[in-house]
Design a protein around this ligand. Structure first.
Ligand code: GSH
Length: 238
C-alpha cells in the first residue's frame, strides 16, 4: 500500500473520534491535529481556510481535503481495502451506507444538533427550548432503532465496520446527556463495551485524552466565551 501524507483534524470526544479510530484500525502513520470545539478552535480564520464549514472532522490525503464523516470513512477504507471497513459483501456495504447516512443526518444533525445547537434551526431564541425538547425525542427514537437493529457482535454482521466507532460516539453522547444507556439500550451497551476493548479504539481515546474505561463522561464544560453554544446556553460535543 502506498501511504499518502495523512492529517486528521479532530476535537476530543466529537464525531471526529470515529475516523480517528479508523486510522488507528488500519495502522497507517498520520498526524492528528487537535481542533477543540469547546475552545472554539474550529472558528478561527486559519481553520476556516482548511474547512470553510468550520467543523471537524477534516481529513487531508496528500493535501486533498475531505469532510463529512461518511466520506472520510470511505476515504480511510479505500486506503486499506483488506480491512473491509465499509463492509465485506455488497449487501454489507449497502447497510454501512444506510447506517452512516442515518446516523449523520438524523441522529447527529437533527438529534444532537437540535439539542446542542438549536440556533441552527431557528433565529428565534424563544423557539430554542421546544427545538431542544423535540431533539431529545429524536435522540431517544434513534437509540430505540439502534437497540433493535444490533443483533450480532457488530452493527453490520460479524465484522467491525466504520459504523461501529460512529455508534460509539453517540453512545458516549447519550450517557453525557443523562440517558441511562445500560438500562435503556443493553445491546448497544454490549457493543460499546466490546468496542472499547479494541486496540484502535483505546489508542484513539487515549490520544484524545479520554479514559477508555469511561463510556459515561458528562458533557464537556462550556469553557470558552467565544463558543456559539455558550451564547445559546447549551453545551455538547457537536
Ligand atoms: N455532517 C458533518 C458534521 C460535523 C460536525 O457537526 N462536527 C461538529 C463536532 S461533532 C463540529 O465541528 N461542530 C462545531 C460547530 O458547529 O461549531 C460530518 O459528518 O462531518
Amino acid at each position: 500500500m502506498s501511504v499518502p501524507d495523512i492529517k486528521l483534524w479532530y476535537s476530543p470526544g466529537a464525531c471526529s473520534l470515529a475516523p480517528h479510530v479508523l486510522l488507528h484500525e488500519i495502522g497507517v502513520p498520520f498526524d492528528a491535529v487537535e481542533t477543540s470545539v469547546a475552545k472554539a478552535a474550529n472558528l478561527t480564520d486559519e481553520f476556516a481556510r482548511i474547512n470553510p464549514k468550520k467543523r471537524v472532522p477534516v481529513l487531508s490525503l496528500d493535501g486533498e481535503v475531505i469532510t463529512e464523516v461518511p466520506a472520510i470513512a470511505t476515504a480511510i477504507a479505500n486506503l486499506a481495502p483488506e480491512w473491509h471497513l465499509m463492509g465485506r459483501t455488497a449487501l454489507d456495504r449497502v447497510r454501512v451506507y444506510e447506517w452512516m447516512n442515518w446516523l449523520s443526518g438524523t441522529l447527529h444533525g437533527q438529534g444532537f444538533g437540535g439539542l446542542w445547537r438549536p440556533q441552527r434551526f431557528s433565529d428565534d431564541p424563544e423557539a430554542f427550548e421546544s427545538i431542544k425538547a423535540r431533539a431529545r425525542k429524536t435522540i431517544s427514537e434513534c437509540f430505540d432503532v439502534i437497540e433493535r437493529r444490533i443483533s450480532g457482535p457488530y452493527s453490520t454482521g460479524n465484522g467491525f465496520t466504520a459504523v461501529d466507532p460512529f455508534l460509539l460516539v453517540f453512545y458516549r453522547w447519550g450517557n453525557g446527556i443523562g440517558i441511562d444507556m445500560p438500562n435503556t439500550c443493553p445491546s448497544y451497551t454490549t457493543l460499546a463495551q466490546r468496542l472499547v476493548q479494541r486496540d484502535s479504539v483505546a489508542a484513539a481515546l487515549a490520544a484524545e485524552g479520554i479514559d477508555a474505561r469511561s463510556l459515561s463522561d458528562q458533557v464537556p464544560p462550556t469553557d470558552s466565551p467565544t463558543r456559539t453554544s455558550v451564547v445559546h446556553g447549551s453545551a455538547g460535543w457537536c
